[in-house]
Design a protein around this ligand. Structure first.
Ligand SMILES: Nc1ncnc2c1ncn2[C@@H]1O[C@H](COP(=O)(O)OP(=O)(O)OP(=O)(O)O)[C@@H](O)[C@H]1O
Length: 418
């Protein structure tokens, strides 16, 4: 289609979406805040009338003191059937199962017609963790976040994942791009398209999915795997990315990737030994050797837990947040469990006295230059486009419904092939 007609069609489609949203009580703005393979995400405003009819929306937006939401519009007519019939329902049901946690994006409601599905989501307007790491790295002229900030964000991530696991949901695609930040700096876990809800806690999964750079070795090796333990590996990759601005294993070919994984991550100078210890523990090849979430919460690097996080995660507003506490916010159980574990035990990899809090440590300055700025390194570090023939047949690859473009316009490094 020529550029002009394409533009006209896009305009017509957008106007239809505006009407469809208005009929449901949302004012769709032209501001596109993101896009996926078959979706576009727009800023929108909930009308007072809509809030009166939707208690989820009303209780949350009252606390936030604004009426903004993110509406994800999925073009079901254009997406492959399997996407509409498998991934989208999976995403919706996982979001419903994980409602409501401060660090998991909330789904307020959905509606659809023959052309499109609409997901009305909590707005996380400060971009994703990948962008944040890159921006901060550039600003600091040193790759990665300061450990103090990584500590604050990683706690929130651990809390979010603990909540998901306690709700029976394994995410299976934990990566920096799927972690958003909101205006108050809160982390919001999103994109549950690959999540698995298993009634059996220790059920072994066999579906290959995720993004190769963040994918656990047992999945790369096509073994049956425990979803929670695989999520722990991804947490290790994310923590490494946070504190170094790079990916721990950067290799296109999975067999080479496995060799690197066997060797373990290399750390830049200046990174605290406690942080290195936690990353090493999470990046254990043997799934059962990785710490579980309570053990992570009890790790020396994780101590002390940021009080503001506990306050907020337990339903009260953060100290510097003028918003009212949200009475019905937050299932507190997983975090309480983590805190109890933290008070009781020491993790298997921890030894010696607890370290000073990360803020008391000397930060890595521009001196750790050997690592380079690495601004694009995370985005570029995962360009593995497909599994090798030994791990995934070409036909499985071609037909894999999970094949899609990542937001940065590259072919995916993520696949799901059953
Ligand atoms: N709740 C939200 N608040 C703010 N921005 C959002 C929100 N949800 C999604 N986005 C933005 O839209 C982009 C695409 O959303 P999402 O990842 O959910 O779609 P997707 O179809 O699953 O994408 P992909 O194909 O990359 O997996 C995100 O990278 C993010 O930038």
């Amino acid at each position: 289609m020529k550029g002009n007609s394409r533009r006209k069609l896009d305009q017509r489609t957008f106007m239809a979406q505006v009407r469809e949203c208005r009929d449901k009580g949302y004012l769709l703005s032209p501001k596109k805040i993101g896009s996926g393979a078959f979706s576009k995400v727009y800023l929108a405003y909930a009308t007072q009338e809509r809030m009166q009819h939707n208690p989820r929306l009303a209780s949350d937006l009252r606390g936030k003191r604004h009426s903004m939401v993110a509406i994800k519009i999925v073009s079901t007519a254009e997406a492959p059937v399997e996407f509409a019939q498998k991934f989208l329902p999976r995403e919706i049901s996982s979001l419903n199962a994980t409602y409501k946690h401060l660090n998991v994006v909330q789904l307020y409601e959905t509606y659809h017609n023959s052309q499109r599905a609409y997901l009305v989501l909590e707005l996380a307007g400060r971009g994703d963790l990948l962008e944040h790491i890159n921006t901060v790295s550039e600003h600091r002229r040193c790759p990665g976040l300061e450990e103090k900030e990584a500590h604050r964000l990683f706690w929130q991530l651990v809390s979010a994942v603990a909540h998901c696991h306690s709700a029976g949901v394994v995410h299976r695609d934990l990566k920096c791009e799927n972690i958003l930040l909101d205006d108050q700096g809160f982390l919001k876990l999103t994109d549950f398209g690959f999540a698995n809800q298993s009634a059996l806690k220790n059920a072994l999964l066999s579906t290959f999915c995720g993004s190769v750079a963040y994918t656990a070795p047992e999945i790369l090796m096509s073994q049956k795997y425990n979803g929670e333990r695989a999520d722990m590996w991804s947490l290790g990759v994310i923590l490494y990315a946070m504190v170094t601005g790079k990916l721990p294993f950067k290799e296109r070919r999975p067999h080479r990737m496995l060799l690197l994984m066997r060797r373990g991550p290399a750390f830049p100078p200046g990174l605290s030994p406690e942080c290195q210890d936690l990353i090493r523990a999470l990046l254990q090849l043997r799934p059962c050797a990785r710490p579980d979430l309570p053990q992570v919460a009890a790790h020396r690097w994780m101590l002390p837990a940021p009080p503001a996080l506990f306050r907020s995660a337990l339903g009260a507003a953060p100290a510097d947040n003028p918003a009212e506490p949200r009475e019905d916010s937050e299932p507190t159980r997983p975090l309480r469990q983590l805190r109890r574990q933290q008070q009781q035990g020491t993790p298997k990899s921890a030894s010696g006295p607890a370290p000073p809090p990360p803020e008391a440590r000397p930060s890595r300055g521009a001196g750790s230059a050997s690592a380079g700025l690495g601004l694009q390194s995370i985005a570029k570090a995962s360009p593995l486009r497909h599994r090798p023939p030994s791990l995934c047949s070409p036909s499985a690859l071609r037909s894999a419904p999970g094949h899609r473009l990542v937001s940065r316009g590259q072919w995916v490094d993520r696949v799901e092939a059953t």
